[in-house]
Design a protein. Structure first.
Lengths: 697, 697
């Protein structure tokens, strides 16, 4: 029973200690905060610890005292025995706090695997090893050695780093932020983020899910679970190791194989996860979600007693993609009624430096009533006349009853502190800068869209899977790993249109092929060793007669031999020349954590430098495919600009879905690229012109 | 004597008051903090205020008591008289705190102009109107109505918003940050940012210059002064109204005409100004500069007691463009000597969660000694064993003696507070997040480059200025404002190569022109009404015979009449067809604050969507021209990639300098664009293919 993990009647501490400064003592003391809890210290050298009856090991605990949860703090080498004894004693839930496992090298990794086997054998739910423990403020369980208190609240937090748990709890203690559940994930040997996402989903005391991750254990499952959970509760995650430099640090830290950041970005987006760029941002967002209703749109009003702050905040809104709301006439009139004549009645509303709480209250009330306003940011600077506490009281009152989100930036230090205290007392976040308030407002707006979008159901298409199966099996049996033009048939099996083309091994064959399909044609070199054909003179365009073919064939062979004397040349391919289309690229790479990562971008050299491509983890839904296409910056070029004809975007979307299915059906395909896919004007489809893929060995 | 503004022997307060809550009282009280200062209240209704002898007006003050500085707080309509009286009484320096001037409408603007005339007449230095006043902590002058104390320090701050002065002082009071001079600029009617940059430059107590601006008064001068000042002291500025939304707020706030953000970015860059994106960032940077030596490179070491924090910080370094330093072998060995075996001896150094101050001290000492390390970020999380204060003491000690910058992120809340207090006591900044510490470290690194780069001396070139003068004069007299292909001669005058081209008004003329210059040729429509020739069928390429010319001429005329029936067509232009080059664009727009803003980018439709262009304010130096070219993302395309020939980049730079000179010489040119400039392979120059410019009326 996993529920017993969070709300046990009795808890054993294996490795309990009476020594100050020992983890085994800190855990006991934290557990003892709950006077209703039965606590069973386990230590072979004591009969009693902190006035609790102590047992030599967990199997010695009499049946009627059976623990619902065991916390293990003994040295790593003794942990497998302890886990085994828990199994024998019928304990379902354990938390292994001890370090010295996978993160510590080969021997540690072996010990960890041993624990996993034992958990499998007995059906034990295990958190850790190498963690700080867990806290459930609703049940009153503090099964951790954290030195900080945790307040009750509606934020559930999980963290792969114990230190970040500590930092967060310490920050929360100062700001008064509360948590429903607080989980230190440790090495995630058994239970991991996917389990906790589902626990948080079903936990009535949790309204907001936050987390710090260095990797995910099961990427594809993660996307599915997050997609579901994010419809009912916001998921806000920091993922570290974003960069190659950072990734190296991750490996040395917890041995997690960090996925590429593009894959994480795609997976988080597909899963409806709000990705925070820093710990601070995660905490900022979480606080906003913990108190605010969701905004119905992106039109923001600003109320300030300082023009300069108003401008900076408007700048921040614009940068974040939020709009500055235009007020109804009535709003302006009502503001004018009470605010002094020199005030600004338009957005940002400037109540002026000497404004008291009454003016803030009036402005807030009026602006909240405006149907064009979806959210409000309140700025307060400590002018000489400003009664910061009174303003904070009035603002807090409004926030509590509001159906629109209101976030505050009380800006300053000494004289602002009293206002911050008032806000904290009411559980209302104060952001130390307008930019942070704006970023959190933006997160609220973004989540509104996530919550209300239709479920993503991966498209399932008919395809000649059997043909592809055979093709791959034969290639594998012949040990052919790298495939190009000659393997375009695999596209046909998935109903992807391919250019009419023939393979020729000699010049006469080439001429015959061209005449069979009709001029003009394109000639391309066929070689497993050549990936950039243009660079070695391996492409000739616009060939119109047999003479052209002859000239092109001879000069191509000579060029290619010149540039790549060692390349194996298997012949040439002749393709029907296609003009009037635009080139795009559809590709796939296997990400170690999420699997098939699809890529889309426009063809051409620019794209390479500007990295203007989009990603998604396959299998994708139709709306995800649409989003991939429309989210590249060069989208206007295919959507049609300056009188140019729009391209057949529907055919690109269809092709993306077919590729998504192909690479999902065949995990043997390691890398895959259609380059170019020639997209014709609207209604005229698209054609794959070249292909390159690699099979695993 | 401007020095008397900051260190006066006697100060008059015009509008002094004894009433609590009045600005005239707050100013008096603040002045009285300095017991050595002679203070003269001016108020016709009192003989004595706060035990100071009061005069009815400043001309009534006896000569031996003449004020070095007068602070004016009377209502706006009375200010011009007060300024006039100051002039008559021989007061050189005044601060007008009163509001109700330009920011308040037409009548206020009139009053402000009146004050400016009077200051001109008497040679008075005036700060304000509509400001909070000034503080000089070195001389002990507090000539403001600020409610906060200001501590002594080495940061000079100026702000165009009084409220932001207040917020900053309030923040500084809480964090213990000190200032040398603190200036509320107000409406900048007389003295403005350029004056204060020079005052700060020459002020021995100032090491760092910070500011909040909504605009600059004299853009070209600003760049020159900032270039000089930034060589000796860092200038850190927030400029608000970055965005169109924000800009609107600026206009309604202080009536400043906000320049385009691209111009500010370019001008700040050229002036060596570090642009902060927010008030918080400006304060963060200022604190770093106030205590840190400059790093000699961008290789950063991280010392942490928490792996997770180390990874997040490494991520932040990478994102900011900083490198994670690789340690010398000796460093790793020395770390290994004292740190526990499970610690990480590579960068980021993990001293582990139970590390005491001695381990931090050892790690800092060893890492500081490594010649590959240019700067260090110290992370401390409050683990159960962590003695935060002791670590703060040791770190503060190291920071004070260090020749390399060390920045701290003590992360957390309640239990971290004691460490923050220790750092504040030592005047050492603690950043509340690793990202903020990293951003500040990056600012230090960037300033190191600014400080050490060669002075930018705008290139001066020989040109046939007289030809251009005549050309423009004639065009103006004929009221021809918009110029295109037909005006390419102006480029020749500035020695910019232009394509061989002829103008033809009839088909026979066109054929003759083509035969004169030789085939192949390009034909372009000539019309003052058509800017995008391609869109209306106004360009035909690759014409090889008289037949081609005839066909092209007739179809072009019919196309253009079809698309733009009302366009005035003045004929066609025939140009020698140029192939083998790459198209780039050089343009210029007049920015309201900085004047001629040059633009560079590659040609083609992509650039339009990707906004991959660079800007600089003319006149530019050669290195600035180089930077313009190399800073676009598509630079590799002209620098030569994948075996493609590099383009003649020197000729682009030369053309940029020529255009810079042309648009500097002739302010009558409002907009200017060479599009395309065809750039040939390296060594083969470039050719202007088309041009478009507009003259003022």
């Amino acid at each position: 029973m996993l529920e017993n993990m969070f709300d046990p009647d009795s808890v054993a501490v294996i490795g309990a200690s009476r020594k100050e400064g020992k983890v085994g003592r800190a855990v006991l003391e934290n557990l003892m905060q709950n006077s209703d809890l039965k606590i069973i210290p386990i230590n072979p050298n004591s009969d009693e610890i902190l006035r609790l009856r102590c047992y030599p090991n967990i199997t010695a605990v009499p049946g009627e005292n059976k623990a619902d949860l065991a916390i293990i703090v003994v040295p790593a080498r003794m942990v497998p025995d302890a886990v085994n004894e828990c199994g024998m004693a019928g304990v379902d839930n354990i938390i292994v706090i001890s370090a010295g496992f996978k993160e510590a090298g080969v021997e540690g990794a072996r010990l960890e695997r041993e624990c996993i086997s034992l958990c499998d054998k007995y059906g034990i739910n295990m958190i850790g090893p190498n963690c700080l423990g867990i806290i459930d403020t609703a049940s009153g369980l503090n099964a951790s050695f954290a030195a900080n208190r945790a307040f009750e609240g509606n934020i559930a937090m999980m963290s792969q780093s114990g230190a970040i748990c500590t930092v967060t709890l310490d920050w929360a203690e100062r700001t008064g932020v509360g948590f429903s559940k607080f989980i230190s994930l440790g090495n995630k040997a058994v239970l991991a983020e996917n389990d906790f996402l589902q626990i948080f989903e079903n936990d009535d005391t949790t309204a907001v899910i936050a987390g710090y991750l260095e990797g995910v254990k099961n990427g594809p499952e993660f996307i599915k679970i997050a997609q579901r959970v994010s419809r009912s509760k916001p998921i806000i995650l920091v993922k570290s190791g974003r960069t190659s430099v950072g990734s190296r640090a991750v490996s040395s830290h917890t041995g997690t194989l960090a996925g590429s950041d593009a894959a994480y970005n795609a997976a988080f987006k597909q899963g409806g996860v709000l990705r925070a760029d820093s710990l601070e941002e995660m905490l900022d967002y979480s606080r906003a979600f913990s108190v605010c209703p969701l905004p119905e749109g992106r039109n923001i009003a600003i109320i300030t007693n300082a023009g300069g702050l108003g401008i900076l905040t408007a700048d921040a809104c614009y940068n974040a993609g939020l709009s500055i709301a235009s007020f109804e006439e009535n709003t302006v009139e009502r503001l004018r009624e009470k605010l002094p004549p020199a005030a600004n009645f338009y957005n940002p509303v400037d109540v002026l430096g000497d404004a008291g709480a009454d003016l803030y209250e009036h402005a807030l009330k009026v602006v909240l009533d405006d149907i064009n306003v979806n959210g409000i940011i309140v700025l307060v600077s400590p002018q000489s006349m400003t009664d910061v506490s009174e303003i904070a009281e009035k603002v807090a009152e409004k926030i509590k009853g509001s159906k629109k989100p209101i976030l505050c930036n009380f800006a300053g230090g000494s004289r602002i502190a009293a206002g911050e205290d008032v806000l904290n007392k009411h559980g209302i976040p104060n952001y130390s800068s307008a930019e942070r308030a704006v970023a959190s407002m933006n997160a609220l707006c973004n989540y509104h869209s996530i919550k209300h979008k239709n479920p993503e159901i991966p498209a399932v298409l008919n395809a000649d899977k059997e043909f592809a199966r055979n093709f791959i099996d034969i290639a594998s049996s012949e040990n052919r790993r790298t495939h190009g033009l000659e393997s375009m048939d695999i596209l046909k099996a998935y109903d992807i249109p391919v250019v009419d083309s023939r393979i020729a091994n000699t010049l006469p064959e080439a001429i015959k092929a061209a005449e069979d399909m009709g001029y003009p044609v394109v000639m391309k070199i066929l070689s497993p060793d050549i990936s950039h054909k243009t660079d070695v003179g391996g492409i000739r365009l616009d060939l119109e007669h047999a003479d052209d073919i002859e000239r092109a064939y001879n000069s191509m062979m000579s060029d290619v031999r010149h540039y790549m004397p060692d390349a194996e040349i298997t012949g040439v391919q002749l393709q029907k020349m296609i003009s009037g289309g635009k080139e795009v690229i559809i590709g796939m790479d296997r990400d170690p954590q999420f699997g098939p990562l699809l890529m889309f971008g426009l063809g051409g050299t620019y794209v390479e430098f500007l990295k203007d491509v989009s990603f998604a983890v396959a299998p994708i839904s139709e709306s995800e495919a649409k989003h991939m296409v429309s989210s590249v910056k060069t989208y206007p070029l295919i959507a049609g600009v300056r009188g140019e004809e729009p391209s057949d975007i529907d055919s690109i979307i269809a092709t993306l879905l077919k590729v998504s299915q192909l690479v999902t059906d065949f995990p043997e395909i390691l890398e895959f690229e259609i380059n170019p896919l020639m997209v014709m004007p609207e209604g005229q489809g698209c054609v794959a012109m070249d292909i390159r893929f690699t099979l695993n060995s």
